[in-house]
Design a protein around this ligand. Structure first.
Ligand SMILES: CCCCCCCCCC(=O)SCCNC(=O)CCNC(=O)[C@H](O)C(C)(C)COP(=O)(O)OP(=O)(O)OC[C@H]1O[C@@H](n2cnc3c(N)ncnc32)[C@H](O)[C@@H]1OP(=O)(O)O
Length: 215
């Protein structure tokens, strides 16, 4: 953004640094084990929601899970300093919360990301849960606004049209863009399709730029 300050008003460049009360995020460069660790955790999530195991197996799994938690607990870091969510080259930017999708395009024209919904995301009858689609759309909208050079914004509303059942384990594409800007407000939209271009869901949302210090 290149608007200049006039008559003592804050320029868009200066505003861009504000990001409301958010911490300043920088990219993380973890060691080579972080990506495989997160992928192993995703596999565990898939299994945790899909197994039908005997209790002695669950007792062993519980012991190992508790040991893993004890190993990692001393390394808990605060928001903006934890590795997860700050690794651009990993699915979901290395955040276990985010869908394990890879960003393909990230510029002012829009953001495109590609990936699959996994067993962990099952809703019913082999389809993705309706509640995980807003997560995917909200995340693409956050990135879309960021890619357009606007400060981190909050979602004021997010509307989804579920056009077709969204399958698991099928490569899908989501593409988001800024449709128009009115002051603090960015009106955004996105489409989720399969690789043949069949529309599965579309969404539009309002992202409101935060005021300095605003949570
Ligand atoms: C790379 C880093 C990645 C990090 C990305 C993080 C992205 C996070 C995205 C999220 O998911 S945020 C979590 C979900 N959203 C929230 O928790 C937001 C909760 N709501 C709020 O915090 C406030 O309501 C909000 C900041 C959205 C707006 O409150 P404000 O007090 O700042 O503004 P205001 O209420 O004056 O509204 C500003 C404008 O937006 C309009 N507006 C606000 N909410 C609206 C709404 N729901 N529908 C229509 N218009 C709305 C409002 O009418 C007004 O329009 P005008 O300027 O034209 O008068």
């Amino acid at each position: 953004m290149s608007e200049q300050a006039t008559n003592g008003q804050t320029s868009v460049d200066e505003e861009y640094e504000h990001h409301g009360g958010f911490p300043k995020f920088t990219a993380a460069t973890p060691g080579p084990n972080f990506g495989p660790f997160i992928e192993a955790m995703r596999t565990l999530q898939d299994l945790a929601v899909s197994i039908d195991a005997p209790d002695d197996v669950l007792a062993e799994a519980r012991a190992q899970a508790e040991a893993l938690a004890a190993l990692l607990a001393p390394y808990e870091a605060k928001e903006g300093e934890a590795t997860g969510g700050r690794v651009i080259g990993l699915p979901g930017r290395g955040s276990l919360l985010m869908l394990p999708w890879m960003i393909e395009k990230f510029d002012a024209e829009g953001v495109r990301s590609r990936g699959v919904f996994r067993r962990y995301h099952l809703g019913g009858n082999a389809a993705a849960h309706g509640g995980v689609l807003p997560l995917l759309f909200d995340d693409i909208f956050g990135m879309t606004v960021h890619a357009a050079g606007r400060p981190i914004s909050r979602t004021a509303y997010l509307h989804i049209n579920y056009r077709k059942v969204t399958p698991l384990n099928v490569p899908l594409v989501i593409e988001g863009r800024v449709d128009r800007v009115e002051g603090r407000k960015a009106f955004v939209s996105a489409r989720l399709t399969d690789e043949a271009g069949t529309l599965l869901a579309d969404s539009d949302a309002l992202m409101v730029q935060l005021l300095p210090g605003q949570q």
